[in-house]
Design a protein. Structure first.
Length: 418
């Protein structure tokens, strides 16, 4: 297609196809056999398609096949390593989304399942459902930047009811070397290999499940990696030579200690909270400090304010406003889960084995990363009026967070699977 000045430009479909082929070229070394490589591309195309559900039968029908056997073979017996694919995906994300500066967010999500055979399944609390359910739990690491956010790494949580039952593990093809690991320990594994893999992050964020894990915090401090992690009210810290629970320190705060700051824009405007902070005593690291940050909700009427606590490790020049904006980015992990489940079938697998779970989930994550990159590209090509004026004045302007959901992006652009 050509513009009026004679120059050519690509349609949305052409951009989609070109980006898809570029991504497939990146991951091709993971698949030694050409048949497996093509099957993986077909699987990705199915995940990116408008199918309502993306299980083996539906993906096979989308590909014009009468049975799901070829799709199942890709997830089960085909020769390729999901860890290699994860590494290629990480480099893809780092190179395409890392220019806007990024943060790493840790969280978990549940996958509701029936029966007892699916690897890692048991009755356990699922934050996704908000109650105890028969489910699997996946611990995920996401990458969020000013140009987009996507899933970056994953680990399946295996409860002791599984790791203490060798026969059950054998039936689900769990490797012998895999033993019990807590969710924070799984998160630490992902963080260390991500940071060792060259991903640079301004902050590591997570809720109290991970923030209360001291080995994780210690490991980040040893790497001089800034973090802003939630902790439970019973967490103890030392301030000015006094050691006690964080909620006890919060009770002694005066009105002068609080600042009203926004944690970013929400659907109803600025997300305003009252914030207070104090420096924590501890082992010194030159150029770095530790703080306890307390967040208090704004409440009108008789309802008491909700209070949350965060431990911070960051360069000594860091301001409270910077910490607040970082903490406000933690919500992006929930959007990643919602989009990956809604758009690329993250939770719609029908595999039971350990390997099958990792293969499907990793392919779904790659499909989500592809859409995130495509959306970021589309927004980069369409600067706002404010950005145009700021460019004219020579002022730097902040890159925008994604302005629309992946579902709306696909619908508005009229994009279909290549």
């Amino acid at each position: 297609m050509k513009q009026q000045d004679g120059s050519s430009f690509q349609s949305a479909e052409e951009v989609w196809a070109a980006e898809f082929q570029e991504m497939c070229g990146r991951i091709s070394p993971v698949f030694a056999r050409s048949e497996t490589r093509q099957r993986a591309q077909t699987y990705l195309q199915g995940l990116l398609s408008p199918l309502e559900r993306k299980n083996g039968w539906q993906l096979a029908e989308q590909a014009g096949e009468s049975t799901p056997y070829a799709m199942q073979y890709l997830l089960d017996r085909a020769v390729w390593d999901a860890e290699d694919l994860r590494d290629e995906m990480r480099e893809y994300i780092r190179s395409r989304l890392g220019k806007g500066g990024g943060m790493l967010v840790i969280d978990e999500t549940g996958f509701l399942k029936k029966g007892t055979k699916s690897v890692g399944v048991q009755r356990q609390y699922s934050g996704t459902a908000g109650r105890i359910e028969n489910c699997q739990i996946g611990v995920f690491l996401t990458y969020t930047s000013s140009v987009g956010h996507t899933l970056l790494d994953r680990e399946l949580y295996l409860p002791k009811s599984w790791t203490n039952d060798p026969q059950r593990c054998r039936e689900a093809d769990v490797p012998k070397k895999v033993g019990f690991a807590t969710k924070p320990a799984l998160a630490a594994r992902m963080l260390w290999r991500t940071l060792d893999g060259g991903v640079q992050a301004r902050w590591v964020l997570g809720d109290s499940v991970y923030g209360s894990h001291r080995p994780l915090r210690k490991g980040l401090e040893e790497r001089s990696q800034a973090y802003a992690l939630a902790v439970a009210c019973k967490e103890k810290v030392e301030v000015d030579g006094t050691r006690k629970r964080v909620d006890q320190f919060a009770r002694n705060l005066t009105s002068a200690d609080w600042q009203r700051l926004s944690a970013g824009e929400g659907s109803k405007g600025p997300r305003l909270f009252d914030w207070a902070w104090m420096q924590i005593t501890g082992t010194e690291k030159q150029g770095w400090k530790r703080w306890l940050v307390v967040r208090r909700s704004l409440v009108e009427g008789p309802k008491p304010a909700e209070v949350a606590y965060f431990l911070i490790f960051a360069p000594s020049t860091t301001t409270l406003a910077e910490i607040v904006l970082a903490l406000g980015s933690r919500w992006t992990v929930e959007q990643c889960f919602e989009e990956a489940k809604g758009e690329v079938g993250l939770d719609e697998y029908e595999v039971r084995s350990f390997q099958g779970w990792y293969r499907h989930v990793t392919l779904s994550m790659l499909a989500h990363a592809f859409l995130t990159v495509l959306r970021a590209q589309s927004q980069a090509d369409l600067p706002t009026e404010q950005e145009g004026e700021e460019k004219k004045e020579g002022k730097p302007f902040p890159s925008r967070a994604p302005s629309q959901t992946l579902s709306n992006f696909k619908r508005q652009r009229g994009l279909t699977c290549p």
